[in-house]
Design a protein around this ligand. Structure first.
Ligand SMILES: Cc1ncc(C[n+]2csc(CCOP(=O)(O)OP(=O)(O)O)c2C)c(N)n1
Ligand SMILES: [Mg+2]
Length: 558
């Protein structure tokens, strides 16, 4: 029998799990394992320039492919670097496995020693430590089972010296797929269906709020039918946005990012039917969005409390498609006008037009995103960044199926757009990835442009460049505090891109976008478009907040 080191056996187990791509930054704790994974098992390896980014790439890869994302980091500082990405993945229910080294247990002292497990667990992530050769493969299988079945991230910790242990009788690895239960879609119970049908029958102004559960259960058609029968308006959570684009009586995103019209309609709703939506604080705008409505939740895994609030008055435990189909059936042939009145229709069609430029020559961010949305084809994947400008991206892009959007908002961290887009690009391999991010977020991990260049990854990056942490600017202004510390001047992203041997252009006129895009398509490299946007355009939620605080958005004290 051939002798192998444990790291070789562990790498073979990852390959047997079907891992085809791996995101990493190498050090003592993972370099042997990663090298075997790449060189012997042919697993594509994308080497990032920061561990946070490697993890974020793997998370995006998992989100897009629906499979487990795999990253690896070295021990100690490799692990402390990934706290933000791990927390984000945990809150986004991402099946992610991070192979992390642990410092050697036999050394008298090592500079990289830190107690990794509590750090990882504090992020809401499972830490599985491999402590012996005998159980090593069981623990790998357990990690893959937990990540896939429970949809959460797991870090595997294994010390350097144990990784080097010699093994003579190499056990056969049985992948986790042999053990994971297959759960068929959950059917509804008749009694709950009756109770909810009664609620629907008495509602005059119902709104359906659909989440990712509708996408995952492929329930769009059934949900639209329910809306038509009951006279309900159609809204989505942020992660499901786009689901009802083009449908009559679609009112867009439900939550703090709702339009003014949608906010008014929600305020008057007497019934909200949440389907495949966990009703987070963002979706309910912390209880303020539909204060008068009774709330029904249809979900395969209904929750009692979310973000410190009772989720619903009535629950239907069911797969979204089966649950809604049963409701449709119980409602018979009757249809109601409900909230679908001519008055609502006219409110939904009126749209204010926005000029391209402001008097100071900067571009209105809403128009910038609208123009990009018009030009970039609808089969491109759009990664929206974070910060204040993320609102403009989310609310001015339409026409894509919800699977082609990512918004990175689970932990409220900036700085992940670029690496997230790399993970998406690695998953899709089709050059059609568009990232729209703020200047502050983009520059936080700008080093990943080097990863993009080195791996020849194609994507189009748009910097909505207000030369500031706009979010902080507006909040400070609302509080009438100086914003001087958070205004930096606009970074020159065109030159930055060129410095990394990528393409870059400053776009000061939106008329250029069409020809620039054609040029981008002819090129073979990733490209940044630097768009100098105005720092004075407030997002609708900030406008509302400013009104509530009874301040007008005043000019900052200089
Ligand atoms: C990791 C992290 N650090 C700091 C913050 C606080 N923060 C929220 S938005 C923001 C500004 C982001 O700037 P930019 O990407 O340019 O977007 P803008 O708000 O200007 O549109 C900052 C610093 C955060 N959310 N996450
Ligand atoms: Mg900014």
């Amino acid at each position: 029998m051939i002798e192998q080191r444990l790291y070789e056996v562990l790498a073979a187990a990852f390959a047997a799990e079907g891992v085809d791509t791996h995101f990493t930054l190498l050090g003592d704790g993972n370099m042997h394992w990663a090298t075997v994974l790449a060189e012997r098992h042919g697993v594509r390896t994308i080497h990032a320039r920061h561990e946070h980014c490697a993890c974020e790439m793997a998370s995006a890869y998992a989100h897009v492919t629906g499979r487990v994302g795999v990253a690896s980091v070295t021990h100690g500082p490799g692990v402390t670097q990934i706290m933000t990405a791990l927390t984000t993945a945990a809150r986004g229910d991402i099946p992610l496995i991070v192979f992390a080294g642990e410092p050697p247990t036999t050394a008298a002292w090592t500079i990289q020693q830190i107690d990794q497990a509590p750090l990882v667990r504090a992020c809401g992530v499972e830490y599985i430590q491999i402590q012996s050769v005998n159980h090593a493969l069981d623990r790998v299988r357990e990690a893959f089972s937990v990540a896939q079945y429970e949809r959460r991230p797991v870090v595997i910790g294994v010390s350097d010296d144990l990784q080097r242990a010699r093994i003579h009788n190499i056990p056969r690895y049985v992948p986790s797929s042999a053990f994971i239960p297959r759960n068929p879609p959950c059917p509804p119970d008749a009694e709950s269906v009756r109770a909810i049908a009664e609620q629907i029958a008495s509602a005059e102004r119902p709104i359906i709020l659909a989440g990712r559960g509708v996408m995952l259960a492929d329930a769009r058609a059934e949900v639209i039918e329910l809306a038509e029968r009951t006279g309900a308006l159609l809204a989505t959570t942020l992660p499901a946005r786009g689901l009802f684009d083009g449908e009559p009586f679609s009112i867009g995103i439900g939550g703090g990012w709702s339009s003014d019209v949608a906010t008014e309609l929600f305020a008057k709703a007497d019934l909200v039917i949440a389907i495949g939506a966990s009703l987070t604080g963002f979706t309910t705008h912390f209880g303020r969005l539909f204060p008068q409505a009774r709330v029904v939740q249809i979900d395969a895994n209904p929750r009692a409390v979310r973000h410190n609030r009772a989720v619903a008055h009535f629950h239907l435990r069911a797969d979204a498609r089966l649950g809604v189909a049963a409701l449709n059936k119980s409602l018979g042939q009757s249809t109601k006008t409900g909230y679908r009145t001519p008055e609502t229709a006219s409110r939904l069609t009126s749209q204010a037009s926005i000029p391209d430029k402001l008097p100071d020559g900067t571009i209105d961010p809403r128009r910038a995103v609208q123009e990009i949305n018009r030009i970039v084809p609808k089969d491109w994947f759009l990664v929206g960044g974070s910060g204040h400008c993320a609102y403009f991206t989310a609310t001015n892009t339409q026409g894509r199926p919800p699977e082609l959007y990512a918004s990175i908002r689970h932990f409220g961290a900036i700085g992940s757009g670029l690496s997230h887009a790399i993970g998406v690009a690695a998953a899709r391999n089709d050059r059609k990835v568009l990232l729209i991010d703020g200047d502050g977020s983009l520059i936080m991990h700008i080093q990943e442009l080097e990863t993009i260049a080195r791996h020849g990854i194609q994507m189009l990056i748009v910097a909505l460049n207000d030369g500031a942490y706009g979010s902080e600017v507006h909040k400070l202004r609302m509080d009438q505090v100086s914003d001087r510390l958070v205004r930096f001047g606009r970074p020159d992203f065109a030159s930055i891109a060129q410095g990394f041997s990528l393409r870059g252009a400053r776009i000061a006129d939106l008329k250029e976008i069409e020809s620039r895009f054609q040029e981008h398509l002819r090129g073979t490299q990733a490209e940044i478009w630097d768009i100098p946007i105005s720092g004075d355009v407030l997002s609708t939620p900030f406008e509302r907040e400013a009104r509530e605080k009874q301040h007008s958005p005043v000019k900052a004290p200089v």
